[in-house]
Ligand binder design. Sequence first.
Ligand SMILES: Cc1cc2nc3c(=O)[nH]c(=O)nc-3n(C[C@H](O)[C@H](O)[C@H](O)COP(=O)(O)O)c2cc1C
Length: 196
Amino acid sequence: MLACSAMLAAGAAGASGSPESVQLPAAQKSGGMPLMEALSKRHSSRSFSPGDLSPQELSNLLWAAWGVNRADGRRTIPTAMNYQELQVYVNRRDGVWRYEARSERLVRVADRALPAPMNDAPDVLIFAILDHQEYGPYHAGLAARSAGLYCASAKLACVVRASPVKAAEKADPNAFGFLPKGWKPSLRLHAGHPAK
Ligand SMILES: Cc1cc2nc3c(=O)[nH]c(=O)nc-3n(C[C@H](O)[C@H](O)[C@H](O)COP(=O)(O)O)c2cc1C
């Protein structure tokens, strides 16, 4: 099944009925390709191998996009006035998960994966923003950029997409029903191992 299924299966609903969650491995915060080399290698890629990202790759990718990198809770990307009004979700074959950056956990928010074309890569990061927050699209763009640079550094395939939200909603009008009130999907980053 999923390369990551063992990790995802490890989580369980708490006795109080709290949502299923899994602990990611701590993101690797050293190593990787030198920045200038990653910048020179970065490109969009729309062909993926079927296998999921490993738990470590997924953790690194999420940390690059929206991780906490300082003791005061600030992030790998800047946000206007440190609002931090961004949420990051991961669509996987087994459902949709919310990234909890401080604890590096995934919390399940949907039992089923999003419909096509939101599922054309093994892992799809969804950057959700507040309806009324003018800086939201900038924050989504920064997170997508940071995640994309990690992909270049780790030799993963990825593409930023803006278009498929409406198509996914046409396939399932409640596709993004897992988002809290007032939040909407913005950019996504579709990521996986490059096609052979
Ligand atoms: C805001 C934004 C939205 C994009 N939306 C899509 C999309 O919906 N579908 C897609 O295939 N590529 C999308 N892309 C990727 C661009 O097509 C791609 O970056 C461009 O062709 C340049 O290629 P490169 O990334 O390899 O330099 C998007 C890129 C950005 C920055």
